[in-house]
Each structure stands twice: as C-alpha cells, then as structure tokens.
Ligand binder design. Sequence first.
Ligand code: SF4
Ligand code: SF4
Ligand code: SF4
Length: 389
Amino acid sequence: MLSDNREALVRVKSFSPDKIRELVSCAYLYGKPGTLGSLLNRPYRAVLGALYNADTDGELSRLGEMNPHGIVAGLSAAAALCGAGESVLVLPSGNGFTQLRSAAEKAGITVADEDFIDCRAHADDLLLHWAALAAVADLIIGEPQRIITSVNSRLTEVMPGEPVGSVMAPGDVKAVRIGASYYTPSVMSEPARAELFAAGGVIKTYGSDCCIVQAAYEQIMRLRKRCCGKCLMCREGLFQFGEILREITKASSNPAEPALAKEIGEALAPAAHCSVGEAAAECMLTVLENFSSELDSHIKKKVCPAAQCAAFSAVYIDPMKCCGCGDCIAVCPEDCIEGKPGYISMIDDVVCTKCGKCAEVCPEGAVVRTQSRIPRLPDRLTKAGRFRR
Ligand code: SF4
Ligand code: SF4
Ligand code: SF4
C-alpha cells in the first residue's frame, strides 16, 4: 500500500466487473464496519475517494504521494462495481498531489478540490477513504490486505489479526490514541482490525507525564476547527465537550459532568452527519470509559495524576538551589517574582499563573512544580546560600 501500485491500474482496466467483484468485495473499509461488498446492495450516483472530515492529523494524506496509482485503481474498481455514473477524487486544496491528480484525470476521474466533504450533499454517493481504495488496489494484484496506519507520525502497515502493538516501539505508554479514540495500553495486544482505525487511522502514544484530560481537550478542539456547524448536535456537543474537559483541567468541574458528557456522546454519534461528530463522540466516550479514574482524580481528589494541570499544582523556588541570578524575574509575564542579584527569588503564589516560564530558564533547576505540600520557604529576601530549613 505504501508504494505506487501502477500494476493495479493496468489490471483494473482489463478485468470484467464480475472479476473485480470476486477480487475486491472483501476489501476493508476505514471508519465503517463491514467490507466493500456489504455496501454494494444499493445504487449510488457517484463514488467519492476522499480523506475523512475527522482526519485532524492529516497524516494519511501522504498516501496520495506514495501510492497515487493505487488510489486511482481502487476508485476505478469501486465505480465499476457499483455502476455509479461518476467517480470523483477529492483532493485537499493547496496540497499539490500532482501525480495523483494527473493519474485520476488520465483515468477519466473527475478531480474536486475540497477540504470538507458535505455528507448531506453526498447522501446518494459512496464515500471511500483513500486508504480503502489503496487496499482495493492491493487485492486486485493479489496482495494480502493490510491496514495502513501512522504511528507517532511514521506511516506503516499492520497485518489484520496481528497485535496492534506490533507496529509500535516499546516505551512508557499510558494511553494510546487511535483516530480519535483513547485506549489503555491493553489495546496493543488486541488484534488489528480495520474498524479500530476509523477516521484517520493514526496511532499516537502518550507517556505517564501526559494528562489524558488535556489530551482529549486538545483533540476536541482540533475537531471543533473541522466542524461545519450544520448539525445542531455536533455543534453543541463539541462545544459542551470542550467546556466540560476545560473545566475539569481548571479544577472547576462538578461530579455530574462525566454523566452529562456520556449522555451527549451517546446522542451525538447517531445524530452526526459526518465523521467529525462521530469522532468527537468516540473521543469523549472512550476517555470516560477507559480513563474514569484519571477523571475522578481531577474532579473529586483535585489531583492531576500527571501533574500537568496548572490549577492543581503550585510553583515555588527551592531556596537551597536558587543562586539569585534573576533570570526567572526577567521572563515572568506576571511580574510576580521578587528578588535581586545574589538573593533567593520568591514567587507570589496569589498572582502566579503556573505558566512554567521561570522553570524553563532557571539554570539551577530551582523552580519546582508540585501537587504536594510546599516546604518552608523564606518569608523575606535572603542571600543565596544563607537559608536554613
Ligand atoms: S457532524 Fe459536524 S462537521 Fe459533520 S456535517 Fe454535522 S456539523 Fe458538520
Ligand atoms: S510560573 Fe509563570 S507566572 Fe508563575 S512565577 Fe513562573 S513565570 Fe511567573
Ligand atoms: S532563575 Fe533559578 S536560580 Fe536564577 S533566580 Fe530564578 S530561581 Fe533562582
């Protein structure tokens, strides 16, 4: 799938629709259950080859550079199978894809430049992901089906049935995001299947220093940027998810919010008209299901287990380490560090926003972020090296 499959394009032109059906009916779909054959029980106006709206990572778009003829072959085969009057290749605007565009035009495929697929306008069309088309092309030349994915920005393939973790490097993994869904590391021992790689198919891993609530908030914000706003449930649901997650990270949530988020997620998935709403619901529901203890810790214990949420932490200067260089004073955007050359700096905790800029510049590693009790600190300016606990 990751190299240009010109052979498939040659073969698809010479095969009859029956032969194509025999070869590719079992092709995996991305973001949908079932196989290509299961979708052919109704007529379609056109077949569309596109990236999904919810693909916020954009990494699978590289397939368009790596395997342009495979994508075109897959699209031609799908169009021949369902007898659609038109086949359309949708390219994200402004990204080139010169070879893909030219291969499609040579094959008589209409090329459309669109960043967002209006799924209502295309209700009578068959929408297939580029990755599904490349998988179809593999079947045409007798290659086994593989599932394409991107692991921490590296495009790769996994054989169906192989453990998901077989394409991942070992390391400190606290959570695995596949598409927009968040899983515990146990997903790495699950057999790979196409539905797991819905809406983008991208795998990202998060280590123990990552706050999953913050990660989910950022994912919801990326999806909000892709939301067209035409479905009330998606528009409002994304807004509510963002607010709920933000409040949890700011220590201002209440214990009823996870239940509200679950209710919204369950209503949003079936009401959404495209993958954006579905992915948002998946994101929220998988975080609620798989990371409930991390949410509880934020909401009930007021502790961020990864010590990343500023609202739950305090920042102080370790008087035993500070040399009084003053670098932190120069960068503090709140002007809330008191000190002078050679004296231990002190942070005004009431004004400090815990932005961490002082820690970034401190040459002594004296700035400490903690969720534990703060030790005794100087109560007046004290010469560096003179403080005694
Ligand atoms: S689900 Fe969201 S992004 Fe998709 S059509 Fe509806 S409002 Fe637009
Ligand atoms: S964390 Fe930010 S606001 Fe607080 S003292 Fe450091 S630089 Fe200033
Ligand atoms: S940058 Fe570090 S060592 Fe320098 S004054 Fe600030 S806390 Fe002390």
